[in-house]
Design a protein around this ligand. Structure first.
Ligand SMILES: O=C(O)CCC(=O)C(=O)O
Ligand SMILES: [Fe+2]
Length: 363
């Protein structure tokens, strides 16, 4: 097991999710009770012959990247590659035990699975899942990702824009979790970068000159094994390692959309502040259309406003008509960036958020 220097508290164990948006490990859960007999042989026999996405890496680390954002950064070199293959082919590569090639299957469960798996899937404790969804006012379930990994594979630190009930079926995974208020210590990539939502810091070799606040990082640690379900609240950072010595890991996620913003309550929480930062960063990136100059632009904007003497404010005249400013819905600013255009229009009541940028920065 890898050792890290972060100061970790143990993730609490409970029977249900907590309403305070805290991660918890639910032990002895029957959420995927009908899948506890899943292992490589059973899945080989019953998953069918559909194609599954298998990632490979020479380092054992599987840092996610968004293919759609690759053209934004011409110098970007993908750290992993992926191929679609049958589950049976995946298992035969996995059993070759090639020390320099790590593979990790990650694929949403779909309707190509055979009838036995379909029955197991239908037997999940959907009542429990939907009760958590209702209780926490999450949006609808979006997908169940099946994860089958070799011992030792690592998903580096990142956050997701969805709520997650993470069910462990086989093997053990060690989670490091960090509250959204640790944002500054984790140095995420810019939003237009393919590694958006991922930390730039390599936990095994942190460059403290470049990322000095990483030394202040504080987090939670927990190991999940069969019958454990970990609730990962939206915007919580997590790094996941499949532990050595316990066989392959099999897990299944239950991802839910964010709770809609019914009423904005101040002070805003750290997750809502991350949402605002992402929305503003996205608006700037979309408007500026010049990713190379984004860091300089952002720095100038922040330093400019931090250094501006307060006496300058009374003489400040808006450069153009600011009335539009008031029409931008706060709810839209708090909404995760990764939503479809239609939902975006719904939460923002049709207001084009990009007006904000045009009005503020074009003059
Ligand atoms: O289990 C893993 O390797 C990654 C899981 C993860 O990041 C997630 O479920 O959000
Ligand atoms: Fe994740």
């Amino acid at each position: 097991m890898r050792r890290y220097q972060e100061k970790a508290t143990i993730i609490p164990k409970r029977l249900e999710t907590s309403q305070s948006q805290q991660p918890v490990i639910i032990t002895g859960s029957d959420l995927v009770g009908s899948a506890y007999h899943w292992n490589l042989d059973y899945l080989c026999a019953h998953l069918g012959y559909g194609l599954y996405t298998v990632y490979s890496s020479t380092s054992g680390k599987f840092k996610y990247y968004d293919e759609k954002k690759v053209p934004n950064v011409p110098s970007f070199k993908p750290p992993t590659s992926h191929t679609d293959m049958t589950f049976q082919d995946f298992v035969s590569i996995l059993r070759q035990k090639n020390d320099s090639k790590w593979i990790y299957l990650q694929q949403p469960l779909n309707d190509t699975v055979g009838p036995r798996i379909e029955m197991d899937f239908k037997g999940f404790n959907w009542d429990f899942a939907y009760r958590q969804m209702k209780k926490n006012r999450w949006g609808p379930l979006t997908s169940n990702l099946l994860l089958v990994g070799m011992e030792g594979v690592i998903t580096p630190a990142h956050y997701d824009e969805q709520e997650n009930l993470f069910a462990q079926i086989q093997g053990y995974k060690r989670f490091l979790l960090f509250h959204p208020d640790q944002f500054e210590c984790l140095y995420p990539y810019p939003i237009f970068h393919p590694h958006d939502r991922q930390s730039q810091v390599d936990f095994d070799e942190p460059d403290l000159k470049k990322f000095p606040l990483f030394s202040k990082l504080k987090g939670y640690e927990g190991i999940v094994g069969p019958k454990d379900v970990l609730y990962i609240p939206m915007y919580w950072w997590h790094q996941v390692e499949s532990l050595q010595g316990h066989g392959e890991t099999i897990s299944c996620t239950f991802w839910f959309k964010a709770a809609p913003t019914e009423k904005v309550v101040y002070p805003l929480n750290a997750g809502q502040k991350v949402a605002i930062m992402r929305n503003i960063e996205k608006m700037i990136a979309d408007t500026l259309k010049d990713n190379k100059n984004m860091p300089h632009f952002m720095k100038t904007m922040v330093q400019g406003s931090a250094d501006r003497p307060p006496t300058a404010l009374p003489s400040f005249r808006p450069p153009c008509d600011w009335r539009f400013f008031g029409t931008i819905s706060i709810a839209a600013m708090l909404w995760p960036v990764a939503v479809s255009e239609e939902e975006f229009a719904e939460v923002s009541h049709g207001t084009k958020l990009s007006c904000f940028i045009v009005l503020c920065y074009e003059n």
